[in-house]
Design a protein around this ligand. Structure first.
Ligand code: ADE
Length: 229
């Protein structure tokens, strides 16, 4: 099953280096993910291709206008004819991005990500054009592009077939509501720093118990908030 992510942005080239490497590249090469860019400036009707205007009510700051967003979305809809699109606005007001939110978003095969800019985006975009708002954290980015890259990365590695081993995604931090257990690899001893003996024992039951204990202990120490739910 192929997923499509359509990104509406005034900086499509900002995505080049991130999307041409690692997992996102693999997802595209395996034809499991198609990423399309729509430059909001291509859908403006003014000579300077402006997508923003001063805020009504004053107070300074520029606001991204609804028209270019509306027109760009209309183009995506035409390109997708009857296929259903799920429209996401990246914004600090959105639902915090978590592993479980990402899994829910992945139920939609055709996503649209709108990257806002300036002081904000005309509220009517939110109200009439968007299905869901997503935030990547409680801080303000200068635009939605970096947030969109984060979201695409999180989604790409959850697409079945992208990451080699299913278990390597399922055992990660947050997937079971816990942080991941510690990992070690060769050499067994570096300086005088050693790999825990239990991992070399070959006793799978013991290893599994140790890992669960470590994951729980780490979570209690570092992220108590995860245990409260
Ligand atoms: N745009 C600006 N800040 C953002 C954030 N924290 N998350 C998502 N989009 C944003």
């Amino acid at each position: 099953m192929r997923y499509t992510i359509n990104i509406l942005t005034i900086f499509p080239q900002a995505f080049d280096s991130v999307f041409s490497q690692s997992i996102i590249r693999i997802a595209q090469e395996k034809n499991l993910l198609k990423i399309n860019f729509y430059n909001l400036r291509d859908y403006t009707r003014n000579k300077h291709r402006k997508v923003d205007a001063p805020s009504y009510g004053g107070g300074g700051g520029m606001v991204m206008q609804i028209e270019p967003v509306y027109r760009t979305l209309a183009k995506v809809k035409r390109d997708f004819s009857s296929r259903k699109l799920y429209v996401i606005l990246l914004s600090p007001q959105g639902k915090p991005l978590t592993q479980s939110l990402a899994r829910r978003l992945l139920r939609h095969k055709n996503l649209v990500l709108i990257c806002g800019h300036y002081e904000g985006i005309d509220e009517r975009v939110r109200k009439y054009l968007v299905d869901e708002e997503v935030s990547i954290g409680d801080y303000i980015l200068s635009g939605g592009e970096i947030a969109a890259m984060v979201l695409v990365d999180v989604l790409a590695r959850l697409i079945p077939g992208v990451v080699g081993k299913k278990s390597s995604v399922e055992n990660e931090s947050f997937e079971k509501g816990l942080l991941d257990w510690p990992h070690y690899t060769r050499p067994q001893r570096f300086k005088n720093w050693r790999v825990p003996q239990v991992l070399l024992s070959g006793n799978h039951k013991k290893i599994s118990e140790w890992r669960k204990g470590q994951a729980l202990g780490k979570t209690k120490r570092l992220r108590k908030d995860l245990l409260r739910t």
